[in-house]
Structures are given as C-alpha cells and as structure tokens.
Design a protein around this ligand. Sequence first.
Ligand code: BGC
Length: 418
Amino acid sequence: MRLNFARSAALIAIVAASAAATQVKAEDVEVLHWWTAGGEAAALNVLKENLQEQGIGWEDMPVAGGGGEQAMTVLRARVTAGNPPAAVQMLGFDITDWAAEGALSNLNDIAAEENWDEVVPEALQKFSKYDGNWVAAPVNVHSTNWVWANKSILDELGIEQPQTWDELIAALDKVKASGKVAIAHGGQPWQDATIFDAVVMATGGPEFYQASMIDLDPEALGSDTMKEVFDRMTVLRGYVDDNFSGRDWNLASAMVINDEAAFQFMGDWAKGEFLKAGLTPDEDFLCFRFPGTQDQVTFNSDQFAFFNQGGEPTAEQVALAKAIMSPEFQSAFNVVKGSVPARTDVSDEAFDACGKKGMKDLAAAASSGNLFGSMAHGHANPASVKNAMYDVITAQFNGEYDSETATQELVDAVSIAQ
Ligand code: BGC
C-alpha cells in the first residue's frame, strides 16, 4: 500500500510538470492512453493515421503500465489540476465512475447519427452509456482467459493442447523438466489478477465467477472453492522463473516469442506482440482458452471517453469518436491489436485464426450467457473493489498468505472496499 502511494505521488509530480509544459493546439486532440508496447503502439498508429488523414493533429499522452493503473492516476491528477485531456482510453467501471462525476461529454448526437445503439453489444453499452447517455466509444473487445503457447516447444516435448487443469499441470511439469520456463509471467498486481480471473472461472465455473467476482457474494468469496482457487495460484507460482517480479507483460510475451518459455496466460493484447514479431498463429504460436474455460469469455473493452472541455463535444472529439466507431477502422485496428471489434456488424475476413476464434467465442458466449466482465480489467466492479482484490491476490501469489488466510482476507478486503 505504502509503495502505491509513493508511486502515485511521483506520478502526480511528473504529470503536473508535463501538463504545464504541454501546449495543445486547438485543432489537436490530446489522447491519454497506455498503449506503449510494440503491438499496442502499432495498433494506435492505425488510429493516429486515420485522424491525420482528416487533418486532425494527435497530441500523444502515453502513460506506460499495462492494465492502465498508472494512466488512471495520471488522469486523476490532470483533472484535479483543471486540465483534462480531450480523449482518454478507459476501462469499464472507470468510465461510469467519471461519468458519475459529470466529467464526460455527451455523445448522444453522434451515437444517434451513426446508430451505435444497434451495433454495439449490450455488454459494452453497459459501460459506454451512463444514465441512458452515450459517454464513451468502444474501440474493441479483449478477453482475458487466453493461453499463448510456443508451438515448437510444445511439439518438441510432445505436449498436446491441455484441456483440463490436470492436463495443464502435466504440460507445465514437462516444460519445467526440460529446463525451459513453463509460465512466462510478470509479477505485477494486474497480471496476477489476470491469471486469477481465469483460475476462478476454471475452478468454480461461470456461476461461481458471477457470484464471487461480480456480485461479491461473501459466501462465494469465503468459500472452499475460493480456497482451492488460491491453492491453484500457489501451484502456478511454482512454474514461473525467478525473475518474474515486476516484469512487464510484453517482456513475458517476449519470453514465449523467443523460445525461452512455453506458455503465457494473458489477454489477447499479447497476440499483438506475437504479430509484431512476425509470428503466425497455428504455425509459430497457439492461442486457446485457459483449460476449463473453453465455453466462457471474460472480457474487457477499451473505450475512449471524452472529457468535457466546457459544453458540447469539440469537433475534434466528435471526429475521433466517429473514426473509432467506423467498421473499417474497427477491423483494421483490431487485426493489429489482438482484440475483436466492438461492433457486431464487422466481418471476420481480415482476422487471423486467433481473431476469428475470438469473434466466434465472443458471439457464442454472449448468446449462451457465458460472457462475463473481467475483474482484473475493471469490468466486474469499480476500481476500489478491484484494487482491494489485487492486494490480496498479489500478496498470496508472493507467499504472504496461505490459501485459508487469503480467502478470509479477500472477504474482508472486499467488504471494506464497498
Ligand atoms: C487493455 C489493453 C492493453 C492491456 C495491456 C488492458 O487493460 O485493455 O488494451 O493492451 O491492458 O496494457
């Protein structure tokens, strides 16, 4: 906790300085985002170029740090200083929290003109709208319950794609015995939580995920099933390398890309890194759902929210929202980013095998009641609850709590955070 405060204070100082130094021209649109890894930056370029073609300048405000925690701290500082950026990449409940503060522009006119109600799935509209008004434009749908695997390591060791927890553990054992790293992981709270999302789903099933991660039912949070989830996290902890602490997610992806590690459990932004490295799905790497979650999708959606600059949205904000929502852009961007379109009417033609599977899985999960907001990525509960869960998950993953203590800590932390 203390560390978090220190980091926040440092960030606020940096932002205050950079905010003062930044002179944004009227026709530029300043965009705060955390897309700084190779695949992310490549996808962002698709958006930048789209705007440049319309004669709108791009004032970049990148804040490195996967999952966006640092970006949200910087945003808070900018708003407090009375200088919010025009457009901000945001996730789930962060959007509704800012909308509740009255900070976001109303996008109803452009949404009506372009028929967003018809093409954006309900699950996303829950976050793009506040009080019935459009306040954000969704750029994609990511999902967090993916495994990224190095195909040549698996082939060499005779490992089949694991379908169950036991098969997964058998596969991890084989990799460990070969001297390679079994799980490429970066020990940062949001990455630990990303794995936790998948383990909760795999261990307890969709009803348990709903009860514990979304409804915050104290019985589910404090159950034997949750204890088993923590036990499984401890098992997985035994397969990461010694240098995992603090490693950025894209460096963990690089370990799989460079034949150092067999598996990474990560959202499909990881695919952006594999593609950027020139690799091809099914030939060089495999993408499949975390064993035991084959029918489920835990999703998050990057959306752009537009901070009120005093009145109606500016012409540049509207142009950015329009660009984001165009079907052509949604295809071009998501092909590079690893995510899938936030519109239901975009063809999967341009997408690779993982993208096609992602689109199919999403549609199937949505229609069978198997689509759930990702806790780790702000789509299950507001940041206060999410961060309370992060603290327990990370402490347990690092051996601070046994599974029984962690289960009780989770119940307590969530109850205090609500
Ligand atoms: C975002 C992705 C991003 C990832 C890692 C997630 O929360 O939704 O767009 O690539 O964090 O930075």
